[in-house]
Design a protein around this ligand. Structure first.
Ligand code: ATP
Length: 441
């Protein structure tokens, strides 16, 4: 059970817990939305993660609301009354209500779901809140709090989520849960790792059965990718990835997907690097970086096949290709004991994205590690004083020669052969003279 918080089963009014964990703006928004629901004569509730986080005294940013009403109509009425705008998702019958002061509220119609087959999207029908809670993934996510003025703060907990929170247990609501929606395999691992919760023994058995029956392979690439992204955005990614690997779930997504042998070291290095990033690594996207590390043991053709399975976009594809190219062409040079000048180090690393640099650093031996650190803290920001337009003033035309001279000038700066504007001017004039001599030959 998680040690960072203490939880006691509470009485059924959880107003205080909710107000303590929401921002004042969000707390005001739910009061107002409750009043709008009253005006329409419908029930309204905050649900899922909001309630769970409130009871765990964890700050929560996303507001999820369920109304016993048409969610899109409700959102539009709320936007008119409170000021704000609505993004409608007609296909799902849900809406995002964006209010002033950065408050965003996801609004859904209270509904029940049935599944035609494992992995399929559910058939949905409007239903009272109790039935809506029954379609949810885990008991701790299957609680709601009423926000209507009358009964505000009343906790609805039909599945025993409070008790499971108190004992630190993750439990599905019924034994067909993973069959209904196998993405819950990934969610289970993510929540268990995030909260350091035990998976209840029956749930554990159902989880393993779901993986053994290859149910994850029935889920669309987009939905799996979404869950993978959420896992890889957590503070701690090694534990859930390792769990997915040992369950056999990674192999269910792609037969060759294994974690690299040095994964525990790699991910613990990455955590440290991303917590206190240096240089251009500051702009690395965390989950992309973690994804690169998680697929770093795959051959390039397997990694590409995995990306196809996950229907990945172009960014991850080019990162995976870039890291593979680096491993083939440059890793050995970076790790070697042979001396490398500062400009050599620069040339080896300069074209790499922040994400690839982070993974290269996390997996580097001591020599390479010093070189990447030097690059990030110093070399990557070295620029000559003279720019391309200065070189044109000195008589060069735009084109390859100009580019080559600028590159040489940067190398000379990096290696300390030029240290001032005067020396740079001398360097460029000399290079132009050499060009003239060559052109005359
Ligand atoms: P997080 O803190 O990671 O955002 P969350 O619980 O808020 O966690 P969401 O993905 O935003 O996660 O989902 C909101 C709620 O919707 C969940 O708490 C749960 O009740 C329900 N839910 C989401 N995905 C599923 C699913 N695949 N099956 C059943 N219920 C789900």
């Amino acid at each position: 059970m998680g040690e960072q918080w203490e939880y006691h089963v509470q009485d059924r009014d959880v107003t205080e817990a909710l107000t303590d964990t929401l921002s004042p703006e969000a707390a005001e928004a739910i009061r107002n939305l409750g009043k709008i629901a009253d005006g329409r004569g419908v029930g309204a509730f905050v649900v899922g993660g909001v309630v769970r986080d409130a009871l765990m005294k964890r700050a929560c940013e996303d507001l999820d609301i369920v109304v016993e009403d048409d969610a899109i109509d409700f959102a539009e009425a709320a936007a008119r009354e409170l000021g704000g705008h609505v993004k409608k998702y007609r296909r799902f019958g849900t809406a995002l209500l964006v209010l002033g002061r950065g408050v965003k509220v996801d609004i859904a119609t209270s509904r029940s779901e049935s599944y035609a087959r494992p992995g399929a999207l559910p058939d949905v029908a409007p239903d009272p809140i109790e039935l809506d809670l029954k379609r949810r993934d885990f008991t701790l996510n299957a609680m709601a709090v009423r926000i209507n003025a009358e009964g505000f703060g009343e906790l609805l907990d039909p599945a025993g989520g409070q008790e499971d929170l108190a004992t630190g247990v993750l439990r599905v609501l019924h034994e067909h849960s993973f069959e209904d929606d196998p993405t819950r395999v990934l969610r289970c691992v993510r929540f268990a790792a995030r909260f350091s919760f035990e998976v209840d023994p029956l749930t554990e058995q159902l989880l393993q059965d779901a993986v053994d029956n290859d149910l994850v392979s029935t889920v669309s690439g987009e939905r799996i990718m979404n869950e993978i992204r959420l896992i890889l955005s957590e503070d701690e990614v090694w534990a859930p990835l390792e769990r997915l690997d040992s369950l056999g779930a990674l192999a269910s997504i792609h037969a060759e997907w294994r974690l690299p042998e040095n994964a525990p070291h790699l991910f613990s290095e990455l955590v440290a690097i991303m917590e206190d990033p240096v240089g251009s690594i500051r702009s690395a996207t965390l989950w992309h970086t973690n994804f690169l590390a998680a697929v770093s043991a795959l051959s390039i053709s397997d990694a590409r096949a995995l990306l196809d399975r996950l229907r990945s976009g172009a960014t991850l594809r080019s990162l995976v290709d870039e890291l593979a190219r680096f491993e083939v062409r440059a890793r050995e040079r970076l790790e070697s004991e042979n001396a490398l000048s500062r400009s050599n180090v620069y040339d080896t690393l300069a074209a790499l994205s922040p994400e690839t640099l982070a993974v290269v650093l996390a997996s580097a031996g001591p020599i390479a590690s010093r070189r990447v650190a030097l690059y990030l803290s110093e070399l990557e920001s070295v620029e000559p004083v003279l720019s391309g337009s200065d070189l044109i003033v000195l008589g060069l035309e735009e084109g390859t020669d100009l580019g080559d001279i600028l590159t040489d000038l940067r190398r000379a700066r990096l290696d300390g052969f030029v240290t001032s504007k005067t020396e740079e001017l001398e360097f460029v004039r000399r290079a132009i003279r050499n060009l003239d001599v060559e052109n005359k030959r």
